[in-house]
Design a protein around this ligand. Structure first.
Ligand SMILES: Cc1ncc(COP(=O)(O)O)c(C=O)c1O
Length: 413
C-alpha cells in the first residue's frame, strides 16, 4: 500500500534526524515524582506550576461535580450542553479579568488550542466586506503552534493577510503597522513564551495597538495563575487596561485541570460566540470539569495560592543563582519555564536519556516546536518541588554536562 510505505519512509527520516517523538505512560497522578513506564522519576517537565493537578480540594470538587451534573454535557454549548456550571465559571473568569478589560465577558473552551483557533478566526472574520475592508494579522515569530495554526486557518477562511514580526522587535512591528492600510488589524502574541520562558512586551504592544487602532490577542497559557499578586495573569502583573485586549488563559496548566477561556469586551466576545467554529461544533466540556475549575480559581486567588506562587518564585531564584554551566546556555527567563539550549537534536536526546538514567524526567524539545539548531531541555518548576529537589537537579545537570564535555573531548582528542 502506497500510504503505508510512505509512512514507513517518513518515520525512518524522523529517526535519522533525531526527530521521532515517543510516548511515555504514567500510572500515577500528575505530581513531582510520577510513575513513568513503571519507574519513579523526578519530573521537571509538567505545566502544573502551582501543584494543583493532584490537590485534594480539586479532586473532591470534580467528584462533587460528577455527582451533581453527571459524566457528560451531551451536546455543544449552543444546542443544549451549556450548564449552570459553565455559566458560573465564565462569570468568575470574567470577574478576574474585569479590572483590566472594561465590560469583560468570558467564554470557556475545551482546550487552549481550540480557544486560540477560535479567537483568531472569529475576529479575523469581522471584516466581511472585502470590497471595502481588509484584515492584517500580526503574529509573533516564536508564538505557540496553536496561535500559528489559528492564523493559518484565518488566512484560509477569510481574506486576511499575515505579517510575522521578529521576537521582541517593536520597531519592525511599528514600521509595518505604519505602512498598513488594512481596516482591521490584529496583533497576536504569547504572554509568556512557552519554550523560552520570557515575557512578551505586552505594555509596548498595547501602546502600538492603541496608536494604530489594533486588537491585541494575548495567549497567557503560562501566565494565568502564576503572574500577578492574585494570580490573574499578565494583565494584572503589568497593570494593563484596555478594551483592545483579548485575553486567553488556559486551565490545564497552573489551574491544574483542563480547558481554556477567552476574555474580552462583551460585544467582541458575543461576536466570537456567534462565529467561533471550534466552539459551535464541539461538544461542551463535561460540566463537572467546569464545576471543579471554580474551586481551582478559588485556590489560585486564596492565601494558599499566594503561598504557592511564593514557593515557585523562590525555587526559580535558587535555580537562577545556583545553576551555572560551563558550556551549556541558560536562557534569561524569570518564569517557571527555564530552558537549557543544547543545539543539536542528537545532543538534546542524549542528555535527556542521561537524565532519565539518573532518575529525572525532562524530555528533549526539538523542531518544529523550537527553531532548527536550538533543541533544548525545557526545565519547568512547580510549587510542589522542594528546595532540596531543585538543588539535587542542579548538581545532577552539572555532572551530566561534565560527562558530555569529557566524552566530546575524547572524541576530538
Ligand atoms: C502558549 C500556549 N498556548 C496554548 C496552548 C494550548 O493549550 P491546551 O493545552 O489547553 O490546548 C499551550 C499548550 O501547551 C501553550 O503552551
Amino acid at each position: 500500500m502506497y500510504a503505508l510505505n510512505k509512512a514507513q519512509a517518513r518515520l525512518t527520516e524522523l529517526d535519522q534526524d533525531f526527530l521521532r517523538r515517543s510516548l511515555r505512560t504514567t500510572d500515577s497522578p500528575c505530581e513531582t515524582s510520577p510513575l513513568v513506564n513503571g519507574q519513579r522519576l523526578k519530573a521537571f517537565c509538567s505545566n502544573d506550576y502551582l501543584g494543583l493537578a493532584n490537590h485534594p480540594d480539586l479532586i473532591a470538587a470534580l467528584a462533587a461535580g460528577a455527582k451533581r451534573y453527571g459524566a457528560g454535557s451531551g451536546a455543544s454549548h449552543l444546542i443544549s450542553g451549556h450548564s449552570i456550571a459553565h455559566e458560573n465559571l465564565e462569570r468568575a473568569l470574567a470577574t478576574l479579568q474585569a479590572p483590566y478589560i472594561p465590560h469583560a465577558k468570558a467564554l470557556f473552551f475545551c482546550t487552549g488550542y481550540l480557544a486560540n483557533l477560535s479567537a483568531i478566526t472569529a475576529l479575523a472574520s469581522l471584516e466581511n466586506d472585502s470590497a471595502k475592508g481588509s484584515t492584517t494579522i500580526y503574529s509573533g515569530k516564536l508564538n505557540h503552534a496553536s496561535l500559528i495554526d489559528g492564523v493559518r486557518l484565518a488566512v484560509a477562511q477569510t481574506k486576511a493577510s499575515t505579517v510575522i514580526f521578529d521576537h521582541h522587535d517593536l520597531l519592525d512591528l511599528e514600521h509595518k503597522l505604519k505602512l498598513d492600510s488594512a481596516t482591521l488589524k490584529i496583533i497576536v502574541t504569547d504572554g509568556v513564551f512557552s519554550m523560552d520562558g520570557d515575557l512578551a512586551p505586552i505594555t509596548e504592544l498595547l501602546a502600538l495597538a492603541e496608536r494604530y487602532d489594533t486588537l491585541l490577542i494575548v495567549d497567557d497559557a503560562h501566565g494565568f495563575g502564576v503572574l500577578g499578586e492574585e494570580g490573574c495573569g499578565i494583565l494584572e502583573a503589568l497593570d494593563l487596561h484596555s478594551q483592545r485586549l483579548i485575553y486567553i488563559g488556559t486551565l490545564g496548566k497552573a489551574a491544574g485541570i483542563s480547558g481554556a477561556f477567552i476574555c474580552g469586551e462583551s460585544t467582541l466576545i458575543e461576536f466570537i460566540l456567534q462565529k467561533a467554529r471550534p466552539y459551535i461544533y464541539s461538544t461542551a466540556t463535561p460540566p463537572a470539569i467546569a464545576h471543579a475549575l471554580l474551586s481551582s480559581l478559588q485556590l489560585i486567588t486564596s492565601a494558599e495560592g499566594k503561598q504557592r506562587r511564593q514557593q515557585l518564585y523562590n525555587l526559580i531564584a535558587i535555580w537562577q543563582a545556583e545553576m551555572v554551566f560551563s558550556s551549556w546556555e541558560k536562557m534569561s527567563s524569570n518564569t517557571a519555564i527555564q530552558p537549557i539550549i543544547l543545539g543539536e537534536n542528537r545532543v538534546a536526546l542524549a542528555v535527556a536519556q542521561l537524565l532519565s538514567e539518573a532518575g529525572y524526567w525532562i524530555p528533549a524539545i526539538r523542531p518544529p516546536t523550537v527553531p532548527n539548531g536550538s533543541a533544548r531541555l525545557r526545565v519547568t518548576f512547580s510549587a510542589s518541588h522542594t528546595v532540596v529537589e531543585v538543588r539535587a537537579l542542579i548538581s545532577t545537570l552539572q555532572q551530566i554536562e561534565l560527562k558530555v564535555l569529557a566524552s566530546k573531548e575524547k572524541l576530538h582528542g
